[in-house]
Each structure stands twice: as structure tokens, then as C-alpha cells.
Design a binder for this molecule. Sequence first.
Ligand SMILES: Nc1ncnc2c1ncn2[C@@H]1O[C@H](COP(=O)(O)OP(=O)(O)OP(=O)(O)O)[C@@H](O)[C@H]1O
Ligand SMILES: [Mg+2]
Length: 438
Amino acid sequence: MRTLFVRKLLDWAPGTRQHLVSKKSFLGFNGPLHLSARHVWNDALRTEAILQDHFYDSTAEKYALQPVEALSLQQMLEFGRAALLDDSKILSSARHVQKELPKRLARRLMDLQFLPHIVVTNPHIRRVYNAYHHAFDTLRQMPEVQTREDNRQLTSVLQRLVDEHAPMLDALAAGFKECKLKPVVGPKLQLDAFLDGMLRSRISRRIMAEQHICLASSRPGFIGIICAEMSLPDAVRFAAQRTKQICTETFGAAPDVVISCSSSKVVKMPYIPTHLDYMLFELFKNSMRAVVNTCGSRSLPAIHVAICPAPNSVTLRISDQGGGIPEDSLDQVFQYGYTTVDDGNLSAQTQDGEMWAQMAERAALPGGPWRMGGLGFGLPLSRLYARYFGGDLRLVSMPGYGVDTYLSIQYLEGRWEESRVEPHTDAVSQSGSAVALP
Ligand SMILES: Nc1ncnc2c1ncn2[C@@H]1O[C@H](COP(=O)(O)OP(=O)(O)OP(=O)(O)O)[C@@H](O)[C@H]1O
Ligand SMILES: [Mg+2]
């Protein structure tokens, strides 16, 4: 499937093969960065590293070829529980993270190298590539953690990398969107599978890094980032409140959210609260925007959330009366970049690459409509989050009336293990060498 995908890209982007062969001269290659572990905390060096172009480096290939260990909940809980009793166990977790992250980053670097010329030369995508390369180089060059002091240094590097990579999602979306808007190649670009791979990997790397960072400070009821008894009604209430506030700031009004539960007991489950919050926030933004746009100044019908627990999972149904999604658009809403938010003619300005700078400026304004949507990443990424842990996200649209969104989440149990473990790029998996193209 992915071979076909790569072939498809190569077919319509004839420059791509050539550019993969002559990678060293591509993008002004500056040679590999040699940061010593001691230097990684130097701000100036770090910034310089992120800005530098690192297009091709055979070290990444070597790491990409190494086997990757599946992330498993049992292992995360074991490390976490052991660390509560004996903090020297944190060192084992540190070494594990230190070994696994560079391999995962290397595989995604390979993926980025396989992109068509038009995508890889986009300034936003280059920024993502350079940030990945910087993270890869930084982590692989750190000495193996032996002491608590080493671990403190690793933890602070991980925290910085997590922070520095936070804007990379927007950069990826921005670059992707700019490429899609190119009149000739844009409509032929099929990058959904690539983005799924990149973002799934991002979820798993962040889990690994954040889980390790959190082991250093124990929070009651938590093992690392996993909350042992997360209250579903509280999580829904919190996300609804936050979205309502942003919706009111953006549009001047927001619908109420009414929560009901099919069980008389408070529904609690083990889960990662930040993941659920991300999904709920995206779904509430969509529903609230639809309701406000449909009803205008009329009184806004409330959004109803039903929490329905089952033995192994919980389904949340979010029902809005925002007019629904037309039937012919329903299969597009899970495509990355699909949005009905009017970009106010900004698309026409993509030629000079200014669009996203302007969007970011607009988004920062308290009343800017971009805070409620416009990237076209909310639904596909929420579904990826839900599926990562065995759940799902489905929409049932009633055109002319509203949408029912079904978010099912599985109880996180010890037996959970990553189902698609950081796949290789096609070229790596099939030939053992990332440069031998079909
Ligand atoms: N509840 C809903 N009612 C009506 N349309 C919806 C609803 N949910 C999603 N949509 C449609 O699906 C599109 C894609 O949603 P998605 O959340 O992926 O992107 P977005 O909201 O446009 O931007 P962002 O990524 O910033 O959230 C929306 O632009 C909208 O047209
Ligand atoms: Mg959205």
C-alpha cells in the first residue's frame, strides 16, 4: 500500500528521484552537526541547530534500520510503579527512552526525505525536518544515563524538545496546506497516509518523553501521565467550559453544553487526560462553530453530551444542532487540511509564503475566527488519538439539522500495546537501504 503511495508520488513528481540521489547538494547541506552533550543546553547553539538545514545524513539511516520496541502500557506502568518505590528504577526508564526515541525520529526523517520536491522544499516542512534532525542528533549524542544527575540532564533536554516541537504540528499543517494550494501539483498530492504516520509517531514519542519526565514528580492518582481514575464527566465539563470561553471570545456567544450519563455511578477510567482533552476540545470547537454559524443571532440550541459506559469502553455522543454536514462532503471531513472555514482570500497569497504568518497573527487576536477552526486537522488528528489506544471516532450527519459525533475510548489496560509500531519507510523495509528506490 505504502509502496504504491511512494510510487504515486514519484510518478507525478519527476524531479523526486533525482533529488533523492543527489541529496548532499540539496537544500544547502551543511554537514552533520556535532553537538556535545554538554552543549545542548546552550540556547544559541540550539537555535542555530534548529535553523540549519540537515537534509541528508546516513547516520539517520542506520538508526532507522534498527528494530524498534513496541510501546506497551504494561511497561509504562511497571517503570512508573517501580519508580515510586525505588527512584533508581528511573534510570532504566531513562536508558530505554534514550535508546528508543532516536530510532523513531530516524524513521520519520526517512519518511520526510521521501516527500516530493515541492513538499520538502516548503519552508515550514524544512523547519519540521530540521527540528526532527536536531532532536535526533541531540538525543543520540548524549552519553548513556548512569547517574541521577545524567537523568536530570536528559529530563531537561526531553522537556525542551517537547516544548520546541509543540509548534511543529502547526508547521506541518501550514506547509502541507501551502503545497495543497499550488494550482498544478496541489490537487494531486496525497499525503494523508504520510501525515497519519508522522502524527502517530508524534503521539508515541510524546507519550514516551512525557511519561519519563513525569516519573520524576509523583502526583496522587497518576502513574506518570496516566490517570488511574479519570472522571469522564469532569473531563467533559472542563473541555466544554474552555471551548465555550474561546467561542464566546471569538463569536460573541456560545451554546450551552448539557451532560448526561447512562449510569448512576460516576464514570471513571484509566486514561491519559491530555489526550481526551485534546479530542473533546476539537469536537466541541466544531460543534459550537457549527451552531453559532447556523443559528446566528437566534437563541443557540444546547449541545448534548451522553456518556455511555460499557464493560471495556466508554462512548461519548456529542449531539449538536449546527445544520449538519452535506452528504457529499462527509467523506472529506477526515482528510487532513479539509476545512469549510473561510480563509478570507488568504489562499491567494500563498505564493509569497505569507499566508500562515498572517493566519498566526489573526489567530492571536482575541476575536480571530481561526481559534475555532481553519487548519482542517481537528477531526483526522482526534481520530488518530482515539484509534491509537483502540478507540474510534465516527460522525453521523443529519443534513439540515446537526451532527452526532461518537467518540469511543477503551479502558487503558495492562495488555495494551502499540499496534503499528513506528513503521519503516517503504524503501527501508523492502530493500534494507533507504536510497534504493523502486
Ligand atoms: N459538528 C459539525 N457540524 C458541521 N460541520 C462539521 C462538524 N464537525 C466538523 N465539521 C466539518 O468538518 C470540517 C473539518 O473539521 P476539522 O475539525 O478537521 O477542521 P476545522 O474545524 O475546519 O479546522 P481545525 O483543524 O482548526 O479544527 C469542518 O471545517 C466542518 O466543515
Ligand atoms: Mg475543527
